[in-house]
Design a protein around this ligand. Structure first.
Ligand code: GRF
Length: 194
């Protein structure tokens, strides 16, 4: 299975996947490409450190959303990618990419979907909303991507308690620890079933 990981930021989930691979925990899975929507994403440095090829495909370099999405799809096809993992990727995939890779695009979300997902629910916004709602627990979800934000079938989740005095930052940190366990494991199980 040839996997591309799409990133926009720090890339700690990318790191977790690459470390799992190097530890022999992802047999038959190769991360063949990391695509970043931002030139300054730290995730790119992580990819380079693990000697994974990278591409930067920034929206502003393209005239229209369509040409941007086409560049993305071309990069995936040229690398013969089978599975796409979104890992902190902050742009929406266009209909052509989703159609071409239907059922083969995964995303990790830092909450227990279907709660606290959808447009605007990313990064600290998610944890702020969880705390504001007075939730007793939160967690993370890996799901299959469809045309709607954070919407496709949920493959797996891990839970964490919300503790008294939590801030969005402390909660994010606790959830992230679980994300790093959940994403490689779910990717492995997903590929085994294909
Ligand atoms: C994670 O919390 C993930 O759930 C969300 O974006 C964040 C990415 O973090 N989709 P990182 O770039 O993997 O460190």
């Amino acid at each position: 299975m040839r996997v591309a990981v799409l990133v926009s930021g720090g890339g700690s989930n990318l790191e977790a996947i690459l470390q799992a691979k190097e530890a022999g925990e992802l047999p038959g899975i190769d991360v063949v490409l990391v695509i970043s929507s931002r030139l300054d994403a730290f995730a790119l440095q992580r990819a380079e450190r693990h000697q994974v090829p990278t591409a930067v495909i920034e929206r502003r370099a393209y005239e229209s959303e369509e040409t941007y999405q086409k560049a993305l799809l071309d990069a995936l096809m040229q690398a013969h990618v089978d599975i796409v993992c979104l890992a902190g990727y902050l742009r929406k995939l266009g209909p052509d990419v989703i159609a071409k890779y239907r059922g083969r695009i995964l995303n990790i979300h830092p909450a227990l979907l279907p709660k606290f997902g959808g447009p605007g629910m990313y990064g600290q916004h998610v944890h702020t909303a969880v705390l504001a709602a007075g939730e007793k627990e939160s967690g993370c979800s890996v799901h299959v991507v469809d045309e709607e934000f954070d919407h496709g079938p949920i493959l797996a989740q891990r839970r964490v308690p919300v503790r008294p005095g939590d801030t969005p930052e402390t909660l994010a940190e606790r959830v992230l620890v679980e994300e790093h366990k959940l994403y490689p494991k779910t990717l492995r199980e997903f590929c085994e079933k294909l």
